[in-house]
Design a protein around this ligand. Sequence first.
Ligand code: DX5
Ligand code: ZN
Length: 220
Amino acid sequence: MAVLKTPQIAPSILSADFSQLGNQVHSVVEAGCEILHIDVMDGHYVPNLSFGPLLLKALRKITNLELEAHLMISNPDEYIEQFVKSGATIILVHPSTCKSVVDTLQRIKDLGAKAGLVVNPDEKMSMITPYLSYMDQLLIMSVHPGFGGQLFIPEVLIDLPELLPQLEESNVIIEIDGGINQTTLPTIKGLGIDRFVAGSAIFNQAAPPNINFLNLNALL
Ligand code: DX5
Ligand code: ZN
């Protein structure tokens, strides 16, 4: 049976001011944030480099929030344990990077974290149906992975209504990532999405992160 879930904003620290990272995290926590989205990029699966387990370890020292690691890396299997030990409570992997998707999801869960799959804009959402019973979460990319601050691609949601009953039946949390802001969020409300990742709409604005978080949260 599907469980009633409250929609959430998940700030992506990719667009944070890293010289003030602790303060920026405290700012969104003060505004009621429950989960942080950490974009891990290896310069190989995506053409950009970001951060790794050391950053999660540092964040874990200053917060007990859920930390979800979005692994945009080749060979995620080699690093999953390190990410969980560093404080990640959710690990999201791109299926094409896994040797065996089932084994990877199972391994994440055996290590005590929640496991999710990510679907890119140029991939079919139905590709995840064989794995529904192994997944805790689905991350729908609404931009091509690799960079913050891109434009939202509405077409990525075309197949969601068809898949929604199965996702709900399997209690899979549905999350969307890329181009979420004050303008796009209201257009995708009520479609069954549980979690909205927002990077530049929270951290790359004139107003402080807590205010941006509250303003987005008010639109849920
Ligand atoms: C893109 C990342 C996103 C990114 C979102 O590869 O997965 O999480 O930080 O940034 P915005 O909200 O600026 O589109
Ligand atoms: Zn992401």
